[in-house]
Design a protein around this ligand. Structure first.
Ligand SMILES: [Zn+2]
Ligand SMILES: [Zn+2]
Length: 452
């Protein structure tokens, strides 16, 4: 017999192979590493030799906000989530500003972001925080990704927007102009060409990148989860501060098509304020908001869930008495005939038998009242007949329960019959004749007795 050929193992994608010195260069996405790491590093070194002029510094800060808004108001809330609509001049402005943020084209960015929302925290989430804080922050950009794990989403709407299509096609030129040339030209107005390129171009671009990366890392790692805690997104003021208001990320993942990230007036969301202001000019319109009723329902459900978890944790540390399902069933007759001793004094309340012996002297209502209930069904007495006991009294009572009363109270049909022939040996009937018509059972052994 010829030896069967072994089927060759499928070749693992480089991202699935362990990083070694020999294959390290294949793990790194060198284009991304150059733009995200090398340029800013070189910029930092050059900054030592380039004086920072006040005008250039102010321009760099202003341009930081412009390009930052290009991402938050443009790439994110307009194109990724369709939170509002924008007229052509605004779309052009946002596309230009977004290109200046050096984060890829609208089309590339939005498809990744939609996948992030669709597949949050799974292997198909392009920047899943489950792979670690550093991975979600920058690792996913710097390292080669396995295309098989790409979470696919529908971006057909973006392909119908000529601004998006044009920017994607000419992204290299757009980035060059709006990330570096334009800030340099503006600073050139006061003669600081080189400072403009360095501070308002290279270093400003790096700060905008890092701020945006924080939405993928910090906003999935730090803060509260007031709307849903099933996934990682969180709300935190600090994240909002560094991301132009994108830090209320738990709300955002719950209500992604809402043009707001922060819904309270005192929360920091300058992107929301900008979109709102633009809507007053008419250049932005159709601002989408989730209904207050739905938002508050989500908040209430999550607070209940949080409370329930806390309740269960605390509750498990306390004694609530023997669970009812673990208690033995006791006959009325046995309950009645139980001998009251120093350690045993039975009282039936609500179908449950309690041993109140250790509590008689502690009873706030006095010894005689509680003693008068021994061997009786004191349900009415306990629940208002004599005194409407407090919740604390109910809780204390539950710690004393020792059995369940068969039938829940004194039930005639289940009382033991005394018959002239009945003999009881070691608690087991040898003969049972009951007076009721129809079938019944022996109160000792529980066997069904047919009456003939
Ligand atoms: Zn997210
Ligand atoms: Zn989003």
């Amino acid at each position: 017999m010829p030896a069967s050929k072994e089927t060759p193992k499928p070749k693992l994608h480089i991202s699935e192979q362990p990083i070694t010195l020999r294959n390290f260069h294949r793990h790194v996405n060198w284009l991304h590493a150059t733009v995200v790491i090398l340029f800013p590093l070189v910029g930092c070194v050059l900054a030592f030799y380039t004086p920072l002029q006040t005008k250039t510094f102010i321009w760099a800060v202003v341009y930081y906000f412009c390009t930052g808004f290009g991402i938050t108001a443009g790439y994110h809330r307009l194109w990724s989530h369709r939170c509002y609509s924008a007229k052509l001049p605004l779309r052009l402005l946002l596309a230009a500003a977004g290109a200046g943020a050096i984060q890829g084209s609208i089309r590339w960015w939005s498809s990744k972001h939609r996948a992030h929302h669709r597949w949050t925290d799974t292997i198909k989430d392009p920047y899943s925080v489950q792979k670690g804080f550093n991975y979600s922050h920058m690792g996913w950009i710097l390292m080669e990704q396995n295309p098989q794990h790409r979470g696919r989403t529908d971006i057909s709407d973006l392909d119908h927007d000529p601004v998006v299509v044009w920017q994607h096609r000419h992204f290299g030129k757009c980035m060059l102009i709006f990330a570096w040339v334009f800030p340099m030209l503006v600073a050139g107005l006061w003669g600081d060409w080189w400072g403009g390129l360095l501070y308002a171009g290279v270093l400003r671009g790096s700060v905008v990148q890092q701020a945006t990366f924080c939405v993928n890392s910090l906003a999935h790692w730090l803060g509260e989860q007031p709307f849903d805690d099933r996934n990682s997104p969180r709300d935190h003021f600090l994240t909002a501060l560094v991301t132009l208001g994108e830090g209320y990320h738990n709300f955002h993942h719950e209500f992604p098509s809402d043009y707001r990230n922060a819904i309270s007036w005192y929360q920091y969301d300058p992107t929301k304020w900008l979109i709102y202001a633009l809507s007053k000019t008419g250049i932005a319109y159709d601002l989408k908001k989730f209904r207050y009723n739905e938002i508050e329902k989500g908040r209430l459900q999550q607070s209940k869930k949080t409370f329930d978890k806390k309740y269960e944790k605390q509750s498990s540390k306390l004694s609530w008495g023997t669970p009812l399902s673990d208690l033995p069933v006791i006959e009325w007759d046995d309950f009645k005939s139980a001998i009251t001793t120093k350690d045993s004094a039975l009282v039936a309340i609500g179908g449950v038998i309690h041993n109140v012996a250790a509590f008689i002297l502690e009873h706030p209502g006095g010894k005689s009242l509680i003693s008068s209930a021994i061997g009786k069904d004191a349900t009415a007495m306990f629940n208002g007949g004599v005194y409407e006991h407090s919740n604390a009294a109910h809780n204390i009572l539950s710690t004393m329960r020792v059995g369940i009363l068969r039938g829940g109270a004194e039930v005639e049909i289940w009382k033991r019959e005394t018959c002239s022939d009945d003999k009881v040996i070691m608690g087991k009937c040898t003969r049972r004749t009951l007076s009721q018509a129809g079938g019944s059972y022996c109160s000792r052994c529980g066997e069904v007795v047919r009456v003939t």
